[in-house]
Design a protein around this ligand. Structure first.
Ligand code: NAD
Length: 377
């Protein structure tokens, strides 16, 4: 079985879908692994390291794609490259499936079996394949580093001969995987951290990291069976904004990481709340790629609003590309290992397996995923 790995082409994408270490694992399974020259340049992996791992390196991207039984990528394929793939080719990448219906239709028409890595189920068995978690974790870390870079003060408390410096106050809104890592990172830097999430189960996790949980009584909120937040009513969102305004005003750093799976991110930090913040403070919006949690955030820019810096930097994991590639590649490799037939040296796509059922979006010429048909709640 030939596994082909083209270089990412999206501007600013530094991550590699496959590291040399993972390539070696796939070669050991018996796969023929071929990568495009320069695949690891952004993340610090030389072509020679792939060759040493037993992969071949090519400059012929078209031939690489058209000979593939399986293609691995970080991001969705450029639409013009779909026609290069063989019918029956397995394609595993992030696909942004709720916003890319046309692309998915084209993958189906081409007979490609497309796996959307965003849709890997959040189950214990699939945890090692969960790219949303592996990347969000690094995004949460990087958000704090970015905030520290732009803040006009340090994070830790310091008692010096020149007086005492008080710790920075950091408020984290949305405590999923990214938010939890943001709490842990801000705590490591010595900040005083407060966090809020609509899912009540999060309170214990926040406290176990030594942060304070900010309580707001919104009535029924809860979570879906996959552990995702439910969308709030407009009335609940307004109540939440009113409650959070004072805490935003008291904070030196606000980090937002609130998402509702398959929907635009809710706007939680409004212009009114930004007006309440002190000049010199910083807001980092981790939800910017999904529309943003902060009113007026500018995609991939750091803007200044009356002295408050608003960072809407996209793709934060790509700022730590070595580790982001390491874990993304490990996720893909775990998926391949899980469904690898050692005797026939083949990835066996099992459409009825609960993991494949969750993440397979096209198969046998059709769009097959239930989540794409029904808008998630
Ligand atoms: P996510 O990126 O979808 O959302 C981030 C956070 O935003 C969530 O905690 C959500 O509750 C919160 N949020 C949504 N609306 C909000 C609002 N109005 N105000 C404040 N917060 C709001 O979430 P995620 O990081 O992908 O993780 C979702 C859940 O899935 C978590 O409970 C996580 O522990 C769980 N999870 C389970 C597994 C597994 O079992 N294998 C793997 C990964 C994640």
């Amino acid at each position: 079985m030939k596994i082909s790995v083209p270089k990412e082409t999206h501007p600013g994408e530094t991550r590699a879908p496959l590291t040399p270490d993972s390539a070696a694992k796939l070669v050991k399974l018996g796969a023929q692994v071929e990568v495009e020259a320069g695949i690891g340049a952004g993340a610090g992996f030389a072509d020679a390291a792939y060759t040493a791992a037993g992969a071949t390196v090519t400059n012929d991207r078209k031939a690489l794609l058209s000979s593939a039984d399986m293609v691995l990528r970080v991001r969705k394929p450029p639409v013009e490259e779909i026609a290069l793939l063989k019918s029956g080719c397995i394609h595993a990448s992030l696909l942004d499936p709720f916003n890319e219906k046309e692309l998915i239709q084209k993958l189906a028409e081409r007979g490609v079996s497309a796996i959307s890595m965003e849709l890997i189920p959040r189950t214990t068995r699939a945890q090692k394949m969960d790219v949303l978690s592996s990347q969000a974790n690094l995004g949460g870390y990087e958000a704090v580093i970015l905030a520290a870079r732009y803040a006009n003060k340090i994070f830790p408390m310091m008692t010096t001969a020149a007086g005492t410096i008080l710790p920075a106050k950091v408020f984290i809104i949305g405590v999923g995987v990214a938010g939890l890592q943001a709490i842990a990172t801000a705590k490591r830097l010595g900040a005083k951290v407060t966090a809020y999430d609509t899912r009540p189960v999060v309170e214990e996790q926040v406290k176990s990291l030594g942060a304070q949980f900010f309580k707001i009584d919104l009535g029924e909120t809860g979570q879906t069976k996959d552990g995702y937040a439910r969308a709030l009513t407009e009335e609940q969102v307004q109540k939440q904004r009113d409650a959070m305004k004072k805490t935003c005003g008291d904070s030196d750093v606000v980090i937002t990481a609130a998402q509702v799976f398959g929907r635009r991110a809710p706007i939680l930090v409004t212009a009114e709340m930004l007006n309440a913040m002190k000049p010199g403070s910083v807001v980092v919006d981790l939800a910017v790629e999904n529309g943003g949690n902060v009113e007026g955030v500018v995609y991939d820019q750091v803007t200044d609003r009356n002295g408050v810096k608003i960072a809407g930097i996209a793709n934060l994991p790509a700022r730590v590309p070595l580790h982001a590639s390491q874990v993304y590649s490990a996720n893909l490799t775990s998926l391949i290992e899980e469904f690898w037939d050692k005797q026939n040296i083949n990835f066996v796509l099992k459409p009825d397996d609960e993991i494949i059922k969750g993440c397979l979006v096209t198969y046998g010429g059709k769009i097959v995923n239930e989540k794409l048909a029904a808008k998630p709640n």
